[in-house]
Design a protein around this ligand. Structure first.
Ligand code: HEM
Length: 227
């Protein structure tokens, strides 16, 4: 097994498995974040956010998630480097018949931009919640438990900065484009590679991507329009 993950097939396999894991995380993350637009008091979102940090299963999954991101990124760098070195004519541009879609030809760039977005995003929220703290995070009561006011931290960013709103809309769209190709390509690598399956998966991938792009964009848009 340890030798397999270093072969080129093994690396692609690891990219797919970590990618599929990340796709599941994104759906859960989106669902919790959408709670923000259904209750302006923030109680519903704070409850959801508290559940995510206190649930023992999620606490175990979090370090696995971090590792998944790391493997996905490192393997993508290695695969892209090897593909680039193996190209017979390096400056030759791919023609439409060689590559199916714009997203599939630009997976590395899209992934890189998502990575930059993620760095800023973790700095905005995760680092403050876990390490540095923020006056906006003062504790509030949810039911009979004291929890961080994550709603206040997130909503203040979107209410106060149109620039951050634009960045988060871009982040959602970039992630959507990245997963249109990544989704079905991951399934293809793990064996769903007959024509009928690929056709179905391409459709599911498109629906998933639109959900992600629209879903994440709606949140900052809601704050721009409503406040
Ligand atoms: C409107 C859009 C988004 C909002 C409001 C949002 C909100 C948040 C918040 C509040 C946290 C900290 C959670 C905590 O530690 O308690 C967080 C963490 C995180 N977000 Fe987002 N997020 C958004 C979009 C995204 C996107 C597009 C991605 C993927 C590229 C993403 C990936 C992550 C990751 C990996 C973490 C760290 C793991 C975790 O704490 O669950 N987020 N997000």
């Amino acid at each position: 097994m340890s030798k397999f993950v270093f072969t080129s097939v093994g690396r692609k396999f690891m990219m797919s498995i970590t990618g599929l894991f990340l796709l599941m995380f994104i759906l859960v993350h989106l669902t919790v974040n959408l709670l923000m637009i259904f209750d302006d008091t923030g109680a519903l979102y704070n409850q959801g956010a508290h559940f995510m940090v206190s649930n023992p299963v999620i606490r175990i999954v979090e370090p696995v998630l971090g590792l998944g991101f790391l493997i996905h990124i490192i393997w993508s760098l290695i695969i892209t480097w090897e593909n680039w070195r193996a190209r017979p004519v390096r400056y030759k541009k791919a023609t439409r018949s060689e590559a199916t879609s714009w997203a599939s030809r630009n997976m590395f760039i899209l992934g890189g931009l998502v990575f930059v977005f993620l760095g800023i995003h973790l700095y905005n929220f995760y680092i403050k919640i876990k390490f540095t703290g923020s006056p906006l995070l003062e504790e509030v009561m949810v039911g009979d438990t004291n929890v961080h006011n994550t709603y206040l931290l997130v909503s203040t960013l979107f209410k106060e900065s149109i620039l951050y709103c634009a960045l988060y809309i871009m982040g959602g769209i970039l992630l959507g484009l990245h997963v249109t190709h990544g989704f079905w390509s991951a399934f293809q690598t793990i064996g769903f590679n007959n024509k009928q399956w690929l056709n179905r998966l391409q459709w599911v991938a498109r629906i998933y991507a639109v959900l992600v792009a629209v879903g994440f964009s709606i949140i900052p848009l809601y704050f721009i329009i409503r406040f």
